[in-house]
Design a protein around this ligand. Structure first.
Ligand code: NDP
Length: 301
């Protein structure tokens, strides 16, 4: 049996459609558009292309986006000052503020992220937003985690009582996703009780016998950053496999993007599988737009 494809690109397109209408309603009410300000430090190719796709998607739904580029040598104090200035609207009204990660090694990432006011933290990384999520009353949910949950809901994958195994415990993906899938009867997009109430196992680099955990998963999410970490023998037949990983590899003299899952082999075992690219990536971007609109609505004016 070949798994059904979880087409993140198509789903993101549908969510964009409805966001576009909501943005128009906001613009009609407040006589302005939601506005996102992105800080891009240095000239890493991957970060540049993520920022470009975020800005292009914002434009498609009618959200204004400004990218502020600063040199890689910029130090922590200067970046904190820049973010605080953006938060005072020194660069125009900023409903959402996003600092593209990773920052250069010499920068204190936590100090810079903490300078983003929690009510404009559209990445959902501020401790206040992380705390709200952990208490089951989320405001800004980290975009990738929200995207994975949305993917499951859209495919009508039941989560209540099912065993979800997440490999990767980062603050930006694995940990918030564990909280979301374990959350009590959440209401998402008007649907009550979907996308939550799962029994969650959170694995990481110190987990022993990883395959023993993954083989028990009804829903398996890989968010590590290692090509082919998840092989077919690690997957329960019929399981839903979501691949968050993004890895650039050289193959046959060409550079290409792959996830953490051995896609071709695992698709013969799984019931559902998300591809890379075209899976979680586009949903991450569209969830950022949803958070920016929410930030604008919370701010009003
Ligand atoms: P991090 O490097 O912050 O976290 C990786 C996690 O994987 C850690 O918890 C680490 O464990 C765990 N890990 C590492 N090696 C193993 C192993 N051999 N077995 C089990 N667990 C392991 O990464 P991110 O969470 O930021 O990103 C993960 C991946 O997702 C990356 O490929 C990234 O590019 C991609 N990504 C994709 C997005 C999208 O939109 N599709 C968005 C964000 C990220 P420990 O905690 O013990 O170190």
């Amino acid at each position: 049996m070949t798994a059904q494809l979880l087409d993140g690109r198509a789903l993101a397109g549908r969510i964009e459609e409805s966001l576009r209408a909501e943005v128009e309603t906001f613009a009609g009410m407040f006589r302005r558009r939601p506005r996102l300000v992105v800080v891009l430090v240095g000239d890493m190719a991957a970060s540049g292309s993520y920022v470009k796709s975020k800005a292009a998607a914002a434009e498609r739904v009618g959200i204004d986006a400004e990218v502020i580029r600063v040199p890689a040598e910029t130090d922590t104090a200067a970046l904190v000052a820049l973010v605080r200035g953006i938060a005072r609207d020194a660069h125009g009204p900023a409903d959402g503020i996003l600092v593209q990660l990773p920052l250069p090694k010499h920068v204190d990432t936590v100090a810079v992220l903490d300078a983003v006011p929690p009510d404009r933290d559209v990445d959902g990384f501020h401790p206040e937003n992380a705390g709200l999520l952990s208490q089951g009353r989320p405001r800004f949910i980290p975009c990738t985690a929200a995207g994975v949950q949305r993917m499951l809901i859209d495919a009508d994958v039941p989560t209540a009582g099912r065993h979800a195994v997440i490999v990767g415990r980062s603050d930006i993906v694995g940990k918030p996703l564990a909280l979301l899938l374990a959350s009590k009867s959440p209401t998402i997009g008007g649907l009550r009780g979907q996308g939550g109430d799962a029994t969650v196992t959170l694995c990481h680099s110190r987990s022993e016998n990883l395959a023993d955990h993954t083989r028990r998963a009804d829903i398996l999410v890989a968010a590590v950053g290692r090509p082919n970490l998840i092989t077919a023998d690690m997957v329960k037949p019929g399981a839903v496999v979501i691949d968050v990983g993004i890895n650039r590899i050289e193959q046959d003299g060409k550079s290409r993007l792959v996830g953490d899952v051995d896609f071709e082999a695992v698709r013969e075992v799984a019931g559902w599988i998300s591809p890379v690219p075209g899976g979680v990536g586009p949903l991450t971007v569209v969830m950022l737009l949803a958070n920016t609109l929410l930030a604008a609505e919370l701010r009003g004016k």
